[in-house]
Structures are given as structure tokens and as C-alpha cells.
Design a binder for this molecule. Structure first.
Ligand code: SDX
Length: 435
């Protein structure tokens, strides 16, 4: 018997089973053979929120939560953030290798020529309420692109997939920028193909009446680094949503819209906006101890702290802290940084946070930089969605081409009543339990 196996005795039947261990896992379907009778369905594994369940095999992103390690296609995030551009990393995540000079030039050219939106889509966006949240507009508009490119539903056609992938990477900044301009009542700014990916995004966000937008190179590079850091993160909530929706063969626009909807939640990509609200509520460094006491007493969470996988410092947060210093040399120091640093200082030595292994995550410092760069908190999650579109698409493509994957359909533990006798209307005298 291989030592790389698990031997289980089902005490209900005294039968013993030996399950092979592969990659630190056992196959859940192996438990279905553990039955008490021929008509017994067999055992299932119960894992709410999938805390300990591997849903797929992936070669895209590697995380070691205990050591604070993050690698895209085997390259440490620190190296990529220092030496690459975001579109270069996007190519790596999607195709598995860093592009050579010609490949990168062609890739950038392709993405640059997919930044425009159909005028009908622009008109669709103009009908949102004047104060619609940018994420609500982004999710809806990306879904609406499904009607502009109906051929996208041919998800098994590789060339068709690549065409939609380029469109989505090119158009997400345009949609995000237009959503933001709409929320502040400014006219939309069209893409400028003379600018690189992040400079063009800044152009569509901030150009007012000047004939040509000139992005500050330090801020444009800082945004490019932030995009690299947010590009992928293995099977997080929004990526798992992308894989689940895509597994039904929904087209990539509807799948990305679903993933962006998941990202918008306060416990996920919406946390960066909540961090700023938390820092505003704290107000000054002196109020930090009282706020931390409130959190420890169970009143709310320290937004931007904690992580399902990282039980050490999120390596992205370290790079973001370094990037913040570069940005503040241009924009001036964001006073909220002092409150955040004091929160971190106290939390990292407080037994409540230490025992729960709660460290700053990617969202803790990113909002402070974004605010210093001139972004309003409402656009912060869209700043997460733009780069994460690459990760969602890389993971979606890996799922579509994985012979082992099928439509996602988990099971349940049924806790409701069974086979009840029907009560005709004239006999329903008591008040219903439903209020
Ligand atoms: C992202 O998955 C990814 O990779 C996500 C992401 C990505 O790149 O895609 O990294 C991006 O979403 C980062 C996380 C952003 N969210 C926040 O910053 C919101 C605040 N964080 C928490 O809500 C929480 O830490 C989560 C949601 C991030 C993780 O939650 P878990 O793994 O389900 O942990 P848990 O809620 O079970 O917490 C374990 C304990 C609990 O205390 P006890 O019940 O044991 O007493 O730790 C406590 C929690 O109350 N806890 C916190 C806390 N996070 C967890 N207490 C105070 N403040 C916090 N932030």
C-alpha cells in the first residue's frame, strides 16, 4: 500500500477504505463509496465557504500564506513589480511566459486598439442616475457588452476567446473612467492611443479642457505597479465566481460582470473603499486605541486587515507601502497614512490580532495612495477590477480548457421539512410564520 494514502474505517460498516493522496489532497468523490446500504447516496464532505476545498488545478498564481509568498507563473511578485509593466504581466498571466520585445509591442498595440466603446454603450451609461456608484455602472456595462459581441458565447473557439480577452482588457479602463466621470458629472473623455495603458486611464479620468493630457510619470508608474499587484490572486471569491459562472458556458462578458459583482463586496475588493471610511471615522492617531478596543469588543472589523490565505504580511501590502512613499513625494503626504501606520503598529503587537494572524492585506494601504493620487473612494474598487480582469480571464481560460472541469454544482445538507401534507387556502387559519 502506498504511504501516500489515507486509510479510513467507516465505523458504521467496519469497512476500511484507502484513498490516494495527490498534491496534498484526497478526491471528495472517493467518499461516495462509503455507504451503509446499496441505496445510500454515500458520504459527502461539508465545507461551508470552501475553507478547505481545492476547486481546480491551476498553474497561474502561487501563494504561500504562511510565508507571505506570491508568484505569477513562478515569478515573485516583487520582481515583476520592479521590472515589468502591467500589460507585460498581463501577457505573462494569460500565456504563461514573459513576452519578448516584438510580442510585447504587438500585444500593447492590440490592447490599445480595443479601448473604444461602441457609442450605443456610451449612451447606455448616460442613462444611469447622476450619482450611480461606479461599480454598479461597471458591472452593468460589462454585462451589456455581451449584447454588442454576441459571438463571444463561442467560448470553445480559441481565436474568438482571445479577441474577447483583448476587448475586455482594453475596455475596462474606459468603462471605469466613464463610470467615474458620470458620478462626478463630467463629460466622458475618449481614449488617447498615444498614451500607455495607465496614462490613458488617467487621461480618461482627469483630462478637462487641455488638448492633450500629460500624466505625471511617477504617478503613472505607481498606478502600473498597483495594477500588477492586483492582477491575480488564485481562487479568491471573485475568481471563483468567474470560474463558476464561466463553467455554465456563459460568455466572458457576463462572467466578468459576475466576478466584478463579487469583487464589489466590502469583505473583498470593496474593502479598500471601506478602509478610507474607517480612517475618516478614526480621524486622528489619538483615536486609534479606542477604535481598536471597539473592534476587539466585536464592534466591526479592522478593514484592510486579515486574509483567508495570508497568515503573514501580504507581500503586496509591503510593495504598496513602498509605492506610497514615491507617490507622496509628488502629491504630498496623505495624513491618513499616519493613522494607518499607528493602526498597524498597535495591531501587530496586540494579542487579539496576533493570535488570529491578522496582518495588513492588499487593501489596507492602496486606498491611501489612490486618495493621494486624486481618486475618490467610490472609484477604488473599479481600480481593483481593471487589473483583476486579466486574472479573471486567465483563470476562466484555464477552466474552459481543463478537461477535468464541468459545470459547477455543489451539493447541500438539507435541513428543511419533508413531504408535508398540502393545506388548502380555506384551512390556513393561523398567521404565517413569514413577517
Ligand atoms: C481581498 O481571497 C483573496 O485572495 C482576496 C484578495 C484578492 O487579492 O483577491 O486578497 C483581496 O479581498 C483582501 C481582503 C479584503 N477584506 C478586508 O480587508 C475586510 C476585513 N477582513 C476580514 O473581513 C477577513 O479578514 C477576511 C474576509 C479578509 C478573511 O476572513 P476569514 O478568512 O473568513 O476569517 P474569519 O472572518 O473567519 O476571521 C477569523 C477570526 C474571527 O475572529 P473569531 O471568530 O475567531 O473570534 O479573525 C477575526 C474574525 O472576527 N477577524 C478580524 C478581521 N478579520 C478576521 N477581526 C477584526 N478585523 C478584521 N479585519
Amino acid at each position: 500500500m502506498s504511504s501516500n494514502s489515507l486509510t479510513i474505517t467507516d465505523n458504521r460498516t467496519n469497512r476500511t477504505f484507502t484513498l490516494p493522496i495527490e498534491n496534498g489532497t484526497v478526491r471528495a468523490m472517493e467518499f461516495r463509496q462509503m455507504r451503509t446500504s446499496d441505496d445510500d447516496f454515500g458520504l459527502m464532505l461539508y465545507d461551508p465557504a470552501f475553507m478547505n476545498t481545492a476547486s481546480c488545478r491551476s498553474s497561474i498564481t502561487y501563494i504561500d500564506g504562511d510565508r507571505g509568498i506570491l508568484e505569477y507563473r513562478g515569478y515573485p511578485i516583487e520582481v515583476l513589480a520592479e521590472h515589468c509593466t502591467f500589460l507585460e504581466v498581463a501577457y505573462l498571466l494569460l500565456f504563461g511566459e514573459l513576452p519578448n520585445e516584438a510580442e510585447l509591442k504587438n500585444w500593447v498595440n492590440e490592447i490599445t486598439h480595443h479601448t473604444m466603446l461602441h457609442e450605443n454603450t456610451k449612451q447606455f451609461m448616460e442613462n444611469f442616475r447622476y450619482d450611480a456608484h461606479p461599480m454598479s455602472m461597471l458591472v452593468s456595462t460589462v454585462a451589456a457588452l455581451s449584447s454588442v459581441y454576441p459571438e463571444a458565447r463561442n467560448v470553445h473557439d480559441a481565436a474568438n476567446r482571445l479577441r474577447q480577452i483583448k476587448r475586455l482588457i482594453g475596455k475596462m479602463p474606459t468603462i471605469a473612467a466613464m463610470s467615474y466621470r458620470h458620478s462626478v458629472g463630467f463629460p466622458y473623455v475618449y481614449p488617447d492611443n498615444d498614451l500607455n495603458y495607465t496614462e490613458n486611464f488617467m487621461n480618461m479620468l482627469w483630462r478637462m479642457v487641455e488638448p492633450k493630457y500629460a500624466a505625471h510619470p511617477v504617478l503613472a508608474r505607481a498606478l502600473d505597479i498597483l495594477f500588477i499587484l492586483h492582477a491575480d490572486h488564485e481562487q479568491n471569491c471573485s475568481t471563483s465566481t468567474m470560474r463558476a459562472v464561466g463553467s455554465s458556458l456563459a460568455d466572458p462578458y457576463l462572467s466578468i460582470a459576475s466576478a466584478a459583482a463579487a469583487l464589489s463586496g466590502a469583505l473583498h475588493g470593496g474593502a479598500n473603499e471601506e478602509v478610507l471610511r474607517m480612517l475618516d471615522e478614526i480621524g486622528t492617531k489619538d483615536n486609534v486605541p479606542a477604535y481598536i478596543k471597539r473592534v476587539k469588543d466585536g464592534h466591526g472589523k479592522l478593514m484592510g486587515f486579515g486574509h483567508r490565505v495570508y497568515k503573514n504580511y501580504d507581500p503586496r501590502a509591503k510593495i504598496i507601502k513602498w509605492t506610497a512613499e514615491q507617490v507622496f513625494e509628488v502629491t504630498g503626504r496623505n495624513p491618513k497614512l499616519d493613522i494607518a501606520l499607528e493602526l498597524e503598529r498597535i495591531a501587530l503587537q496586540d494579542e487579539y490580532f496576533v493570535t488570529r494572524k491578522l496582518y495588513p492585506n492588499v487593501d489596507f494601504y492602496s486606498g491611501i495612495i489612490y486618495q493621494a493620487m486624486g481618486f475618490k473612494p467610490e472609484i477604488f474598487t473599479a481600480l481593483f477590477a481593471i487589473p483583476r480582469t486579466v486574472g479573471w480571464l486567465a483563470q476562466w481560460q484555464e477552466m474552459i480548457t481543463d478537461a477535468e472541469q464541468k459545470i459547477v454544482r455543489p451539493r447541500q445538507i438539507y435541513t428543511g421539512q419533508r413531504t408535508r401534507s398540502f393545506v388548502p387556502m380555506e384551512e390556513r387559519h393561523g398567521a404565517s410564520m413569514v413577517k
